[in-house]
Design a protein around this ligand. Structure first.
Ligand SMILES: Cc1cc2nc3c(=O)[nH]c(=O)nc-3n(C[C@H](O)[C@H](O)[C@H](O)COP(=O)(O)OP(=O)(O)OC[C@H]3O[C@@H](n4cnc5c(N)ncnc54)[C@H](O)[C@@H]3O)c2cc1C
Length: 407
């Protein structure tokens, strides 16, 4: 009898944890598992603001997928998916190869939402992937070098669009990282302007008043200018145009105003609602028995009106349940209903401050920053055990760590 073929598209939070869970759940020889991702590294999306400012080493943010999986149990393919034919059950890859499946998981994540604002797609810098945030870092360095030639102050003005969690994290990281970068490139830090722009009346508007006030206070103390209740109308390579005839000369607008599901899935004949793939309570694509979808590209309704938000926390809770349900489908067993438990959210404002809520506790300050580190370390532990944490922080290979542990 031929073994069922499980194919996972995307090795972000949802895809990689599902493949790790399948490695544990499947009996030897029970199924063939293939994980497909366009890069051969998995990156910590929740830490991308650090790559943008160069405050974390690359190895702390991106890690080799072949080192994270068990090659005896999971085949990894570095390839970009171009389409899926749900009738012939084939995944077409850029380059021409087709991979057939019996069970498919679509975990292709998000795309940046620009709301059609003129110039944003072409000129703004996006916090989308490891690569896109490396581009932000290179843009900062490039502007420093050009400033030394023309002394144009717009080169030292860094604007972050969006005062939600991601925007706050980016602003805090710029305040943390730019002094060191200025020193390295011989740029007077006092000439740097860091500006945050938010359309709502305050930053993190969805948070309690005390958290908003705390965040505003920290941003102010760090000399970050915050413009609220103001919409961005246009972005050109040299300036950002705002409501009320305001304009900010800048070469660097960092966009963090929202995300949408990966639009690549729209042409595959799957149901699409609100731009995402709707799934049932078992995380199966609506009207399908063998296609699953989790994370930011899927739409899971928590009640009649509201969908779960696009967060790592949701993808990470869905992944093990999805793995169980794929295995149960293969074995002809009953499937498990997915239930989401919100554990809280914490946003860093640089290394030494954070704001958020865990359970019923409001967090801020250094304790919040510590909790943020704990959350990140917990993910690394689940992904690769203590050796991955050591590797990430000290830059030694996992083989070296395993050897050290044996001695
Ligand atoms: C800066 C930032 C900070 C955030 N902070 C938090 C936070 O603190 N807490 C939280 O819960 N959430 C946070 N989020 C949201 C969280 O990162 C996402 O919800 C999460 O990454 C979604 O996981 P996913 O598996 O659905 O997709 P992703 O993690 O985006 O993974 C998708 C994968 O698919 C791959 N892929 C895409 N297209 C193709 C293709 N055509 N072919 C092959 N591979 C492809 C990508 O390369 C990627 O590896 C943050 C997001 C950002 C941008």
């Amino acid at each position: 009898m031929t073994k069922p073929k499980i194919v996972i598209l995307g090795a972000g939070y949802g895809g990689i944890i599902t493949s790790k869970s399948l490695e544990k759940l499947l009996k030897s020889g029970e199924a063939d598992v293939t994980l497909i991702n366009k890069h051969d590294y998995h990156y910590l999306t929740t830490q991308l603001h650090k790559t943008g400012v160069g405050t974390a080493a690359d190895r702390q943010i991106a890690m080799s997928i072949p080192e994270l999986i068990n090659p005896a149990k999971t085949r990894f393919l570095k390839a970009a998916v171009s389409s899926v034919d749900i009738h012939s059950q084939g995944v077409h890859l850029e380059g021409g190869e087709t991979v057939t499946y019996d069970y498919l998981l679509i975990a292709l994540g998000f795309e940046v939402e620009t709301f059609g604002i003129p110039g944003v797609k072409e000129n703004a810098f996006k916090i989308r992937s490891f690569r896109s945030t490396k581009i932000i870092y290179h843009q900062i360095v490039k502007q420093f070098n050009l400033y030394k030639q023309d002394y144009d102050p717009s080169r030292l003005t860094f604007v972050v669009a969006g005062g939600g969690f991601t925007g706050i994290e980016m602003l805090g990281e710029l305040a943390d990282g730019l002094p060191k970068l200025c020193k390295e490139h011989d740029i007077p830090f006092e000439k740097i302007r860091i500006i945050g722009i938010e359309a709502a009346p305050s930053v993190i508007p969805f948070f309690p008043k005390q958290s908003i006030e705390y965040t505003q206070e920290v941003l102010e103390k760090r000399n970050i200018e915050v413009i609220t209740a103001t919409k961005i109308l246009e972005c050109t390579p040299e300036k950002v145009l705002l409501e009320n005839n305001l304009e900010i000369p800048t070469r660097t607008l960092i966009w963090s105003c929202g995300v949408k599901g990966n639009t690549i899935v729209h042409k595959w004949g799957l149901p699409i609602e609100k731009g995402k793939i709707p799934v049932d309570s078992y995380l199966r694509v609506k009207n399908s028995k063998n296609i699953f979808s989790i994370g930011d590209c899927s739409l899971f309704m928590k009640d009649e009106k509201n969908a779960l938000p696009p967060t790592a926390q949701v993808a990470l809770q869905q992944a093990p349940v999805c793995a169980k349900n794929i295995v149960a489908s293969i074995r002809g067993e009953s499937l498990k209903t997915f239930e989401y438990h919100h554990k809280g959210s914490v946003a860093s404002i640089g290394l030494m401050a954070a704001v958020g809520k865990v359970g019923n506790f409001r967090l801020s300050g250094m304790f919040g920053a510590f909790m943020k580190q704990v959350i990140e370390a917990r993910y690394l532990f689940n992904l690769g055990g203590p050796s991955l944490i050591i590797k990430q922080h000290f830059g030694v290979s996992r083989e070296q760590v395993n050897e050290m542990v044996k001695q």
